[in-house]
Design a protein around this ligand. Sequence first.
Ligand code: GLY
Length: 337
Amino acid sequence: MTVTVTLPHTSYDIIIKRGALKKVASHLPLDRRVLIVTDDGVPSHYAASVEASSRYPTVVTLPQGEDTKSLENFGYLLTVMLEHGFTRGDCVVAVGGGVIGDLSGFVAASYMRGIDFYNIPTTLLSEVDSSIGGKTAINLGGIKNPVGAFYQPKRVLIDPDVLKTLPSRQISSGLAECIKMALTSDRELFEFLEDCPDPLNALDEIIYRSLLIKKAVVEEDEKESGLRKVLNFGHTLGHAIESEYHTHGLFHGECVALGMLPMVSDTIRQRLLALYRKLSLPTSVSFDRNAAAIALKHDKKSGKDSVTAVLVDTVGQFRFEKLSIDTLIRKLDYFTQ
Ligand code: GLY
């Protein structure tokens, strides 16, 4: 299956194909210098497959985890490219999850003012969300993503076979992003997720339908001046929870799942909780409310004293509402009542 993202100044294909990683040369033009960026949590044979298909490969394996999206690694990758004589005609290939995709994409955007970037996402979360739409970034000063660029990939290669080796908890965490998109934009996909006895066995269909939503949003609003904010549904409160949990417990998607709960109507919340139970996603959490409130105030999307929140009263539809930070902090009380 192929989904094409068409933007005013560029277009690119997202190829969804089982086994594609084993035949990467038939999908990506790698007859040049290729910087392959991966991390030590990704099975090394994925990057090795890209390496074997490249004319002049350079593989860099970074430590797994959010801390890898650093200014130091950004500089390191650029230096590696310079030292290996990369020119504007060469390219970067990310083989990993959102961290590797964000960092490598920003490196590709910056080197010689922009060289070709290809993304091979290896987690469900990156396959359905972060690898699409051109958001690239690194973290700075303890803040998530304050430095980055909108820089679209030349192609995204999704091989759902890579998900076979992931623990089911990782898959469920990725499914939270699919639930996010379905809940705001596609009633039928939400009902499919509800009705499907085992969504983990229907991932190709779920990936494809989620990508159609993401494509439509990005095509309408590439630079997030309006509609694209819908993709932040669940993320504002999710990040506040995550700021306390990312080092000792919850995955990103699990925090997003929790972050959606206070932002929906009571009826939808009951359906959402049933779906979370089916997928073994968390339905409640305890955290330090004050710490989460501080994190909310620091969230870069918060602007000065209000944030454009996404709320859902009807499955498949959403509304934006400007909420003060204090109102958002009160929404966190859902978890302590
Ligand atoms: N992951 C949110 C976005 O791409 O806008």
